[in-house]
Design a protein around this ligand. Structure first.
Ligand SMILES: NC(=O)c1ccc[n+]([C@@H]2O[C@H](COP(=O)([O-])OP(=O)(O)OC[C@H]3O[C@@H](n4cnc5c(N)ncnc54)[C@H](OP(=O)(O)O)[C@@H]3O)[C@@H](O)[C@H]2O)c1
Length: 248
């Protein structure tokens, strides 16, 4: 068993899996959380091989929009302290917005997926956060800073305001809270079948470095904020977007 423990929501795929693998390589034990058991099991196997520590990674199957299921993570943590909490679960949810009822359902779904998942998991684990030294990291989006995603943009932007309050509350207990805001990251399930070659090219062209982001680009930022050298960084938004949005 490692000395430090991380919880990564959405750790079965994409950015979350890269974050979980990076933290496991850094020596932390990791709990990955998501709704699909088979996806999580595959991630556990892959990350365990990558970090070379059998038993370092465990899965918790939970829909984090549901308070009762968020408590399943608390049960899995048990008596241990949580050194690093990465609220990565989320995504863009489409929907029929031709009626007001549809608009309401669409906005609630995006708020649930991107805000409530993070709020419920954080509140559930708040008593267990390592004091001093705990780290809370929220995955937002470039869409929060420049729009373009409607309800998704608004939901991600809500994380920023909440992160500032959380950082204020937990700072005196030496727990940091920061937001990582990725730009376009390929090779995840985020876009599903929505991405086209034109959409990809447009997003790459919007960067200053002329390429799509990779999950490891974002994981590197999370690993920095999760590490001991970032103890004086809190209440910040760190953009990982290839220069698509400057200095916000
Ligand atoms: N890819 C990009 O270009 C991009 C850009 C900016 C921000 N982001 C953000 O980065 C984060 C990771 O996205 P990604 O690109 O890696 O996409 P992804 O592969 O779709 O990852 C999202 C993860 O969240 C989990 N999840 C979603 N709803 C959940 C719920 N209610 N309870 C528990 N787990 C849930 C999913 O697993 P299950 O379906 O099994 O639950 C999945 O593993 C998201 O918050 C996304 O909004 C992505």
């Amino acid at each position: 068993m490692g000395e430090r423990l991380a919880v990564v929501s959405g750790g079965g795929t994409g950015i979350g899996r890269a974050v979980a693998a990076g933290l496991a390589v850094d020596g932390l034990d990791v709990l990955v959380v998501g709704r699909r058991a088979a996806v999580l099991a595959a991630a556990v196997e892959r990350i365990s091989a990558e970090c070379g520590r059998a038993g370092a990674v465990r899965a918790v199957v939970a829909d984090l929009t549901d308070p009762e299921q968020a408590n399943l993570v608390v049960e899995a943590v048990g008596e241990r302290a949580v050194d690093v909490l990465v609220n990565n679960a989320g995504g863009y949810l489409g929907g029929e917005t031709g009626t007001l009822a549809g608009v309401a359902a669409h906005w609630r779904a995006n708020f649930d997926a991107n805000v409530l998942t993070a709020v419920l998991l954080t509140e559930a684990l708040r008593p267990a956060l390592r004091r001093p030294g705990g780290r809370v990291i929220l995955l937002s989006s470039i869409a929060a800073q420049r729009g373009g995603g409607g309800a998704y943009s608004a939901a991600k932007a809500a994380l920023h305001g909440w992160a500032y309050d959380l950082a204020t509350q937990l700072g005196p207990e030496q727990v940091t809270v920061n937001v990582v805001s990725p730009g376009y990251v390929a090779d995840t399930e985020f876009f599903g079948d929505r991405m086209t070659p034109e959409g990809h090219a447009k997003r790459v062209a919007a960067t200053l470095v002329g390429r799509a982001g990779e999950p490891d680009d974002v994981a590197a930022a999370v690993r920095y904020l999760a590490g001991p050298s970032a103890g004086y960084v809190t209440g910040q938004v760190l953009g990982v977007n290839g220069g698509s949005v400057l200095g916000r």
